[in-house]
Design a protein around this ligand. Structure first.
Ligand code: NAI
Length: 348
């Protein structure tokens, strides 16, 4: 039984079950006013379908806001497969997922997400015309791409950190201290860009080999994973999991800028206002981390690495506009970003 507003403004929510392969999946299309919806397919051992539905609705809505803020002619969608990607995944299941994606007739374009690889998308593409991330040709810097959008995400976050620091401190990154939480695909590459730009780094990860490499290559200072948000620094860059800004961490943050790659950094929207009240500039997550989705877009159209790079660099300009509007309206940056995105995709 679903409550009246259970689908949270979504256009289309579809459930699919394929008994032969064991596929159980949901596709959520949040909004297609600006174009077809695009978003990753996540495979996760959800405890039940309600949990899976909640996740796919939240994630697909986020993709609409992300696409709108990145000036992309597309909407937001996402899909989830209920199952353990290490145990339950099979070729037959990926083919069935391809059928499911195809059944929406192009309203939803599927990409990689946690648990789903470029290879899986290749299999889906045998059954659907709407699988992306499989024909990647170039990265934003002109080097060849294997389809992983993380380098573009990291570059966009770097551009966003630079714009945030310029706004807050009226300075370049030279000598600025950045604390990075999580040195994975995005965090490590961000560290590399920041190091080259002359920033000082403090890093943490739950895997010691990731931090050891940053210590060696960039002279980063290493701290424990549960301390990184509270270190003395200028910028805190959450690049691990979501909700790192929450009731129990917010008071300890000493940075004057929060700007990083993680999705859903604020545990709740109210934490954006709490950051503002503390004089901390917050770069809204779905604005600063849009480099990956911009990358996927440029791989789908006739485009060049140069066009992609310029588009990613637009993240800096968009952030500066948000910061200026937030200050003039006395509103938190996350609320301003939501408003601008809604102005775009709802035509308000
Ligand atoms: P990843 O899984 O490669 O890296 C995450 C890193 O964070 C791992 O090294 C992990 O060990 C570490 N970590 C986990 N919990 C931690 C903790 N409590 N403290 C410190 N480190 C911790 O993921 P990836 O691709 O680098 O993504 C990072 C974030 O950026 C995620 O939130 C993701 O949703 C978001 N994002 C990624 C995009 C991409 O293109 N890969 C695009 C947009 C957003």
């Amino acid at each position: 039984v679903f409550e009246h507003n259970a689908f949270d403004g979504h256009e289309h929510v579809a459930f699919y079950q394929d008994n032969a392969s064991g596929l159980k999946a949901i596709i959520a299309v949040h909004n297609t006013n600006l174009g077809p919806s695009l978003g990753g397919c996540r495979m996760w051992p959800y405890a039940n379908s309600e949990e899976a539905l909640k996740d796919v609705l939240r994630l697909s809505k986020g993709m609409t806001y992300k696409a709108a803020m990145a000036n992309l002619p597309q909407g937001g969608g996402k899909s989830v497969i209920i199952g353990d990607p290490r145990k339950d995944k099979s070729e037959a299941m990926m083919l069935a997922m391809g059928d499911f994606v195809q059944s929406l007739g192009g309203k939803y374009i599927c990409a990689e997400d946690s648990g789903i690889s470029v290879e899986n998308l290749h299999v889906m593409s045998q059954r659907t015309d709407f699988a992306s991330g499989i024909n990647a040709k170039f990265r934003y810097d002109g080097s060849p791409s294997d389809g992983n959008p993380a380098p573009s995400t990291a570059y966009g976050v770097f551009v966003g950190v630079k714009a945030s620091v310029a706004h807050k401190f009226n300075s370049s990154l030279e000598g600025v201290t950045v604390a990075i939480q999580g040195l994975g695909h995005v965090g490590f590459r961000l560290a590399e860009h920041l190091h080259k730009a002359g920033a000082k780094l403090i890093v943490a990860d739950i895997y010691p080999d990731n931090v050891a490499k940053a210590e060696q290559e960039f002279g980063a200072k290493v701290v424990a994973a549960d301390e990184i948000h509270a270190v003395e620094c200028d910028v805190f860059a959450p690049c691990a999991m979501g909700a790192s800004i929450n009731d129990s961490t917010i008071d300890a943050i000493k940075a004057k800028v929060v700007a990083g790659a993680a999705n859903n950094q604020l545990a709740e929207e109210k934490h954006g206002e709490m950051l503002r009240a503390k004089g901390i500039l917050y770069a809204p997550d779905y604005v600063i981390n849009a480099g990956g989705v911009i990358d996927i877009y440029h791989q789908r159209i006739e485009s060049t690495a140069e066009d992609m790079r310029k588009h990613i660099e637009g993240i800096g300009t968009t952030l500066s506009e948000i910061f200026t509007r937030a200050e003039s309206e006395g509103t938190a940056a996350n609320i301003v970003a939501n408003t601008i995105a809604e102005e775009r995709f709802l035509g308000k």
